[in-house]
Ligand binder design. Sequence first.
Ligand code: F6R
Length: 611
Amino acid sequence: MCGIIGITGRDDAVDGIVAGLQRLEYRGYDSAGIVVGGQELAYLKRAGKLSNLTAALEDEPTAGRIGIGHTRWATHGAPNDVNAHPHLDPSGRVAVVHNGIIENYQALRASLGDDVTFASETDTEVAAHLVARELAAQTTPDLLAAVRTVVAQLEGAFSLCFVAVDDPDTIVVAKHEAPLIVAHADGVGYCASDVAALIAHTRDVAALLDGQIARITPEGYEVVDVDGNAVEPHRYSVDWDLDAAEKQGYDHFMLKEIHEQPQAVADTLRDRLADGRLHLDELRSDEGEIARIDKVFILACGTSLHSGMVTKLAIEHWAGIPVEVEVASEFRYRDPILSEHTLVIAISQSGETSDTIAAANHARDQRAPVIALVNVVGSTLAREADGVLYTHAGPEVAVASTKAFTTQIVGGLLLGLYLAQQRGRMYSSEIGDILQRLQRIPAALEQVLELDPQVANLAERYQDAPYTMFIGRHTGLPIAYEGALKLKEISYLHAEAFPAGEMKHGPIALIEEGSLVVALAPAGHVFGKMVSNIQEVRARGAAVLAIGTEGSVSDLKAHADHVLTLPEAPHELAGPVLSVVPLQLFSYHVATARGEDVDQPRNLAKTVTVE
Ligand code: F6R
């Protein structure tokens, strides 16, 4: 949550910061602000979206060769102008922007004494006061040293970025459990929360590790630990370009990302088979270790959790290992029973979700090996895990996750097959055959995307449905959860998902004349059961929108008001990759019909780096 960017050494630093903030706005859009450094600090900040700040910048042009910017997802203090970042110390000599939470900010505020007044209600402002006090106490101003001293006093999760008039060309950043990357290209120093903000300038970046602090100048950057010892950040190159981070003619990033799914899935599947065997090289796994696994925990949040539910089915089916899927924020606060024979799979698009990272750490504390199924290369989860499987979906900008989800499912299928292979549960020829069949998914996805006009019509018709129930069984159930989540988060309509067989145990009482039920009824071994469950809700007055598969839709058409027909999936376990797409499109079209902000839904942010 919250996006940070800093630039030093460019005449048009402000333009670069604003362009970077545009790419970071997905991280939060409660307010935005900028401060330009040098011999004095000039700042501007506005509540609301970045467009409010850019409008203000037109009225009050601000220029400089060094500056830092921020886009906020509010935690402490209302999302107004005053609480917007940057925050300055009372003398206006130090400015800070911050992503995360400084948990002991009240104690730190108190330590400054009663006569110190604070302009905002934020946890952040105290950091500017403390750094200013340190600088004032130095004989030769050294922003890096001042930040080191202050960071040692902070508790919580944070990435912080400072400028100060006493050290006018320098940006100092500190990272602890919130992402921060630094870069240097063509005589300009950069920092940002996410590589998307810097991709226009360079693909070579370095991710700071927890406890690292960096001094960034136009000459380059140096990274130290809290004691001032030189340390190495994680340097890497990004394999996508600026084009991938643009809308490319689509009205919204979400729509573009829905349409990118055939390519994204093809990229996830690429080059996995060699010499008749499935290779997942990034896993760095040991065959003996895999043979000894007796339990798998899948940990994730939100959409990633739903993909984990499909992964569970794949691992149990192919590898024969018991799997539990758990919300990361719950797992981290209980006493799960794990050992070195428990494999933990942490799934995350961003690789920066703090609940998932903390849950993975909790598992590692009990010696369980952790595999990260992650999209963002170089992210914290990817770096800290014992092994990683990248989904190769490319940058996902829309808050509502789409292509990350389908590629996670494909990644989960690969993991299931891989575990089966390494444990000798399946013949290589069988695995090779399934992999061959999975190669048909991209073409099938293209076919599913052709349903778009039909889905748009249905969305227009049901755009005001006050309550939508999604039901499914087996592979349809995770998709029911995902369909309901998509509808809630971007259209703000009430939607819930239930296992279709559970309806009769309570939820069916909610059905009345005209209720909308979306039923996942693709071909598969539970198809007949789904048809019965559809009849049960229809008999009680529900309008049913069924998602079915060529070959079995004639049975569905007799029982549902509307049927969307999917091509046959190359494998029953791959079905969810196809069946989720009409639901992504449905939520997209409902939200646009209702005039909602699809890419930046209220109260949400893409990367959730707070608890
Ligand atoms: C919903 C959505 C969220 C994320 C969740 C986890 O569309 O995007 O539910 O799936 O916040 O994020 P990652 O996958 O980055 O860990």
